[in-house]
Design a protein around this ligand. Structure first.
Ligand code: SAM
Ligand code: SF4
Ligand code: FES
Length: 347
């Protein structure tokens, strides 16, 4: 197989067959060339701006039991917390003061946050002129509708894996059909829809990752956030091998080549495996970073996986840290809300 030609084809046409994606994901020798092509496509389609989204981890209480996640309901070791409405609003106001144009509100599936409570919070945040991304798991159509009406603009819900059997094995009590239903409801309601996968799950061959990429293309995802799976010692997958940064990086590059207009974050989980991972990802196709704006000990307690970065740092420190690194590679911090670009869709 001529890898150089394959990368060229992806850069020109934004189309690859499953077998071609597999070949590129498997070939580490061509990773640099793949990343450079993705970086050029990123420059042409979404430009040099990096969108910073302030992440508020507002509850680590979860009714679900995903085998990979430290917040799963059967994990008795995690110290549970739930932010008060006043704390959430305080962190959102601070996010605004750091210059962030979007807040990402993420939590476990915490039933305390009823539609009434959360909608009230969303309306107040909306008055701060911030874009709002929600990442709170599986809800009904009516709930998604209420959140949209209260001001949510975007919704992140990873498919995690498009392998139906693997999904249902890893997410006991949850169904793949319902995950798809959530994505389709969100799209129907006019959200910008973000999804993504865990890379390096047990029993997840490269062929399965290639199908994930084609799925994101097929549903025309507005955002795709992927991260290496990092085994957590307090979960049933404590002995699993986990994903590698190299594979995650090639996945990001292929995402940019196949979905040139999408917003693609350089994720925290990547940086857990490599101290410069977010910058490398930004140079391999990514254009978004989500610095944490949750304060104090909550950062440590939102323990999806071990080795999470920035747990002892303040939001102000992270703001300075990540901005400095971004500017050092010649990129700009965006002054805009960073909605998905459609300007080049005829390219
Ligand atoms: N509860 C919501 C949901 O599941 O969509 C949002 C919060 S959940 C903690 C956010 C993401 O964390 C999940 O989509 C999953 O991909 C990721 N995650 C969970 N456990 C992880 C692990 N051990 N390693 C890497 N990422 C993990
Ligand atoms: Fe809960 Fe989300 Fe973790 Fe699953 S991934 S246990 S839904 S917080
Ligand atoms: Fe938190 Fe660098 S982004 S310390």
């Amino acid at each position: 197989m001529d890898y150089h030609e394959l990368i060229n084809k992806a850069e020109q046409t934004h189309k690859l067959a499953g077998s071609e994606i597999v070949a590129l994901l498997k070939n580490e020798e061509y990773q640099e060339e793949l990343a450079q092509a993705a970086d050029r496509v990123r420059h042409v389609f979404v430009g040099d701006e990096v969108h910073l989204r302030g992440l508020i981890e507002f509850s680590n209480i979860c009714k679900q039991n995903c085998l990979y996640c430290g917040l799963r309901r059967d994990n008795k070791k995690v110290e549970r917390y739930r932010l008060s409405e006043a704390e959430i609003l305080d962190f959102a106001a601070k996010a605004k003061s750091y210059g962030y144009k979007t807040v990402v509100m993420q939590s476990g599936e915490d039933m305390h946050f009823s539609v009434d409570i959360l909608s009230r919070v969303l309306r107040k945040i909306k008055k701060m002129d911030l874009a709002i991304t929600l990442s709170i798991g599986e809800k009904t159509y009516e709930e998604y509708k209420a959140y949209k009406e209260a001001g949510a603009d975007r919704y992140l819900i990873r498919i995690e894996t498009t392998d139906r059997e693997l999904y249902e094995a890893l997410n006991p009590g949850m169904s793949f059909e319902n995950r798809l239903r959530c994505l389709s409801d969100l799209k129907r309601l006019g959200y910008e829809v973000g999804t993504g996968s865990l890379v390096g799950l047990p029993n997840q061959p490269i062929e399965s990752l290639a199908r994930d990429l084609l799925f994101f293309q097929e549903i025309d995802a507005d955002m795709v956030g992927i991260g290496p799976f990092i085994p957590n010692g307090d979960t049933p997958l404590h002995n699993a091998k986990g994903g590698s940064f190299l594979l995650a990086r090639s996945f990001v590059a292929l995402l940019r080549l196949l979905l040139p207009e999408a917003n693609i974050p350089a994720t925290t989980a990547m940086e857990t495996l490599d101290r410069n991972a977010r910058i490398i990802a930004l140079q391999s196709g990514a254009n978004v970073v989500m610095p944490n704006v949750t304060e104090g000990d909550y950062r440590r307690k939102y323990a999806l996986y071990p080795g999470k970065i920035c747990i002892s740092d303040t939001p102000a420190h992270c703001r300075g840290c990540i901005s400095g690194k971004i500017m050092a590679i010649g990129r700009k911090i965006s002054e805009h809300k960073g909605f998905r670009c459609h300007a080049n869709s005829n390219k």
